[in-house]
Design a protein around this ligand. Sequence first.
Ligand code: EPZ
Length: 456
Amino acid sequence: MSITLNDITGTGGIAPGAGEILSIRGGRPLSGRVSVKGAKNLVTKAMVAALLGNSASTLRDVPDISDVAVVRSLLEVHGVRVVEGDEPGSLLMDPRDVESAHMEEIDAYAGSSRIPILFCGPLLHRLGEAFIPDLGGCRIGDRPIDFHLDALRKFGAVVEKLPSGIRLSAPHGLHGANIHLPYPSVGATEQVLLTAVRADGQTELKNAAIEPEIMDLIAVLQKMGAIISYEPNRVILIEGVKELKGYDHRAIFDRNEAASWAAAALATDGEIYVEGARQQEMLTFLNVVRRMNGDFEVHEDGITFRRGTGAMRGVTVETDVHPGFMTDWQQPLIVALTQAEGQSIVHETVYENRFGFTDALVKMGADIIVHPHGLQDGPRRVPRRQLEQAAVINGSTHLTGADIVVPDLRGGYSHVIAALTATGESTVRNIGIIRRGYEKLLPKLSGLGADFDVIG
Ligand code: EPZ
């Protein structure tokens, strides 16, 4: 049975197309319990890894989000059988009948996600060729793929750029390579891992990304039979093997969703228990919560977030690769910082255009100034990068409802939280984008006491 995007809603039954416009009445604290499932930025990659196996894989704690639906459909057009697994929220993927897909079938998914680029290595190993459509993903910068293509060429792939995407072939198979990434790119690291595990010989990857989601992908590949060692100083060594088998894996929790709900509790002065959140993978985020006079309590199976006693305080934060403050955390955090007393500075060092969402916050009354070329300011934990931007937030400010349009995934979530923080009514449009990464967003908001109607 082929699952199409229309079958996956992620909003408790409201199909995409409907449920695109919310009318939100803000000014009430969000309080209660939400559960976060597997990380969007691991689950989608582990699904691609299933292509490499010679038997079926089971992935558990798969969130019901449209990014998963896109990857599921792309696997199916390549002949992978994908069905519900042996427990709710699990997928069984059987890659034994993988075959080339027709270009127009793949093209249908052009622009819908960044994940297709990670099909390159597995398809080259299985079929000797691959066609990858133009990518999608959030408009938060150029999002080039030069690191990916350079790595694939080093493995022996031939890359041909077409008007609608790229075609790859491996006339002499794929062999191990020595790759030194110019920047610890998450996607490029995953590209190397998914290609090296079945390449002929050893691969050394230097300046690798080491996010928890990357380490979880390494765990998945090791379960399949891969030999991967994680050395000091961001070096990963992979010994290529001939065969990999299927895996059974429960995905790591979604740190980005957990941080988003934490920021919602701080912004609306509520109290939210995030079930599934774990302290170890969120240490840097928790330090910022404490520095801004927020409060949190770590439990066996989750973390409770609330404000501390007295006013929240402004902080200076620089986004960075792991173990730094994740770039995906800054958008919801900034909403909370509009409610903190004093000045906050957020340096965005990973993407070159990730403050677009602040326009809507300013429209609601926030005092935020974006410096497109960053700030030459005082001592920093993170060295400046040439593409850096900075946002200066002065608080606390009273937000009032407005008519806003969601620009991207994390910015979109932040718009919803800002509308729930503001007094009065807001109309938030284009919320379908948020379904890409937040499972059952609307039922979760209702469960926390949010007052809204779906009006379009
Ligand atoms: C992943 O994107 C995540 N997406 C992003 O989350 C996350 O923000 C990002 O990693 C950083 O943690 C998924 O996993 C699907 P990068 P990715 O390659 O892999 C530059 C979300 O909201 N770069 O680490 O695309 C790039 O332009 C999303 O869930 C090149 O220059 O990120 C950026 O400036 C948003 N050339 C920097 O590296 C390349 O070939 C980091 O990008 C690749 C990347």
